[in-house]
Structure formats: structure tokens, C-alpha cells
Design a protein around this ligand. Structure first.
Ligand code: CUA
Length: 366
């Protein structure tokens, strides 16, 4: 009986040794990561034992009193090929295996539910699409794909759930994303895994995995509107709707159906309208100008908090799937390239740019 055990039992407490070699496995990713890790441990053991044995055997065989004369070896093609090809093979196995896990971890399946996270010194804020907000606790349903869309309000943080083997940096000024599917209900540690200031170690919380039915109930109880509806309020409040009208007559691009589309820029590039693009277009509107529009939008840097930004992004995304009210009467232009309607003064370069666009736009007004 250890001393700790004795002390605890004097106080009527039971001694529970709790030093697991691995954290619990509670996501679909955990098994894959552990398998690779076991392989690396096994590989390390094999080589450690082989080298230690080699040292011992050679030390005995060539010990001083025997003084054998060594034979000089002047290069050996077979030997050199062996010690090149075998390690190359082993490292390629590790590389391909790890890359496959990385791709699995970073590509969320279609239809994953989305949860927004904002890291700040020193807490985690989570916002659910249904409108629930929470701090340092994240509720997720069992068996569903959850995609985290994360940003930071100040410095670099890192979202780490050991039981899920999920870890991703959370950066200021952009969105990073990671996904997981929980396989066990329960409560799991949530850590910040990037030193982010004096209370970094206190930037902890928990992930609560619930049965899907319980989660539904939890997500819908006591909210005063969806995240997109918060975003809609902000959209009105900051006057976005004045220019970004849904009838394509505004001074800014129509945002209905924007999310996920290819956007043609005025320098001829196209890009996919993702969360980071939407965010950048609000904070730094001049960075990427949609083709056919002028660089007239003021920046909202320093005026919009990251939480409002998340709500605005959720609103713009919801505009595409009919989950939110459009900012004005809609004549939904379902164009592949967004936007394609030149405003008051059509850009001279526009026709050429449109030829090189991946998807040909329909004529305006249809
Ligand atoms: Cu946030 Cu460490």
C-alpha cells in the first residue's frame, strides 16, 4: 500500500489510480491516431532493442583481452542499399499513413453540423447555429459530424480535445476548421494547446457529448433566436442592407446564395466564397473586390466583435439555403459566378474576365 493510498484511506477516500497511458477514445478519429502511434512506439522499440543488443554483443565479442584484428571494409553496395532502402520504405509508410489521417481530420464530411468557436484570453466561446451560446463548455450530439469553425479575438490559441484526438490552431484574423464525430457520451477535457499568456493553463473547459435527442432538446431550449437571426440584426444595425440588397440593384454585391459559390474578382481571379472570404470582405473590404463593383465599402475593423462577426457569417451563409430572411425583396439570381451584374459603370475588363471564369454567368435580370 502506497503512502498516498494510506493517507486517502484515513480520510475514508478510495484510492483510484488514474494514470492512463492514452486518453479515452471518444471519436471516430481516435482509433486511427492511436493505431499510428502504436506503430511508431513498436518501431521505436524494435530499433532500440536491436541497437542495444548490437552494442552488447559487439562489446563482448571484441572486448580488449581478445584483441582480434578487424578486417578493413572498403565499401559495400549491398550494405548501403539495404540501409537506404529499408529506412526509406519505413518512413514512406509513416508519411502516407499520417497524411491519410491528416486528410481525414481536415476534410469535414458534407452535411456536418457547424459550431462556431471564438478563443480569447482566456476562455472559449461557442455559438451554435440554433442560437445557443456557451463559455468553456461545448455540447455536441453523439454520432453526428461536427465541424468547428474557429477564430481568435487576440492571440493564437489551439483547440484540443484529447479524447477526440482533435487539435487545431485558432488564429486571429481568419477561420480555421476541424471536425469530429463523437462515439461515446460523456464529458471530456477541452484544452488550449498553445501558450497564449499568463493564464493559458486556465483556458480549459469540457466537451459534453449527449444523445442526439437530448442535444436537440438542449439546443432548442431557452434561445431567443438562431445565430443567423442575430446576424440579421447586426446586418441591419451596421447598415449592410443599404448596399447589399437582394434585388441586385444595390451598390454592393447581392449576398443571396453567395456562400460556397465561385466569386469572380475584378483582377480576374476567382475564389470560393468561404467563411474567411466573408470575414475579410467585412474587415478589409478592399482586399478582394468582386468584379463589377467599386472599392467603396468602409472597413468595419475594430467595430465588429468576433462574436457578431460569427453571427454575420452565419447569416450570409443562411441566405444561400433559404434559412434566413433576405435583406430586401428577392429576385434570386442563381448565377454560378458571383456577382456578375455590373453595377452603374460596367468594368471595361469584365467581358474578358468572364471568358476565363470557370462557370459562365447567365445574363443579368433573369
Ligand atoms: Cu489560449 Cu493557451
Amino acid at each position: 500500500m502506497s503512502r498516498t493510498q494510506k493517507v486517502l484511506e484515513q480520510d475514508g477516500l478510495r484510492y483510484m489510480p488514474n494514470f492512463p497511458l492514452f486518453p479515452e477514445r471518444a471519436s471516430t478519429l481516435a482509433g486511427h491516431v492511436d493505431a499510428l502511434y502504436f506503430f511508431l512506439v513498436a518501431l521505436t522499440l524494435v530499433f532500440s532493442v536491436a541497437i542495444a543488443l548490437g552494442i552488447a554483443i559487439l562489446a563482448i565479442r571484441y572486448r580488449k583481452e581478445r584483441q582480434p584484428k578487424p578486417i578493413q571494409v572498403e565499401g559495400s553496395l549491398a550494405l548501403e542499399l539495404t540501409w537506404t532502402i529499408i529506412p526509406l520504405g519505413i518512413t514512406m509508410v509513416i508519411f502516407i499513413w499520417a497524411a491519410a489521417i491528416y486528410f481525414y481530420e481536415t476534410r469535414p464530411p458534407k452535411g456536418a453540423m457547424e459550431v462556431y468557436a471564438v478563443g480569447k484570453q482566456w476562455m472559449w466561446k461557442f455559438e451554435h447555429v440554433e442560437g445557443q451560446r456557451e463559455i468553456n463548455t461545448l455540447h455536441v450530439p453523439l454520432g453526428r459530424d461536427v465541424r468547428m469553425i474557429m477564430t481568435s479575438q487576440d492571440v493564437i490559441h489551439s483547440f484540443f480535445v484529447p479524447a477526440f484526438r482533435t487539435k487545431a490552431d485558432v488564429l486571429p484574423g481568419r477561420y480555421t476548421s476541424v471536425w469530429f464525430r463523437a462515439t461515446k457520451t460523456g464529458r471530456y477535457h477541452l484544452f488550449c494547446a498553445e501558450y497564449c499568456g499568463t493564464q493559458h493553463s486556465g483556458m480549459i473547459g469540457e466537451v459534453v457529448v449527449m444523445d442526439p435527442a437530448d442535444y436537440q432538446q438542449w439546443a432548442q431550449s431557452g434561445t431567443d433566436g438562431s445565430l443567423a437571426s442575430f446576424g440579421e440584426k447586426a446586418f441591419q444595425q451596421y447598415g449592410c442592407a443599404m448596399c447589399h440588397r437582394a434585388d441586385t440593384q444595390g451598390r454592393g454585391p447581392n449576398l443571396v446564395g453567395l456562400y460556397g459559390k465561385q466569386v469572380l474578382l475584378d483582377d480576374g481571379r476567382t475564389l470560393s466564397a468561404d467563411e474567411t472570404y466573408i470575414r475579410e470582405s467585412i474587415m478589409n473590404p478592399g482586399a478582394k473586390i468582386a468584379s463589377g463593383f467599386k472599392n467603396i465599402m468602409p472597413t468595419f475593423e475594430g467595430q465588429i466583435s468576433e462574436e457578431e462577426m460569427v453571427a454575420l457569417v452565419a447569416y450570409v451563409k443562411a441566405l444561400g439555403n433559404g434559412m434566413a430572411n433576405p435583406p430586401a425583396p428577392v429576385a434570386n439570381p442563381d448565377n454560378g459566378v458571383y456577382p456578375v451584374t455590373p453595377n452603374k459603370e460596367p468594368s471595361m475588363a469584365a467581358p474578358n474576365q468572364q471568358k476565363s471564369a470557370p462557370i459562365q454567368p447567365k445574363p443579368s435580370g433573369k
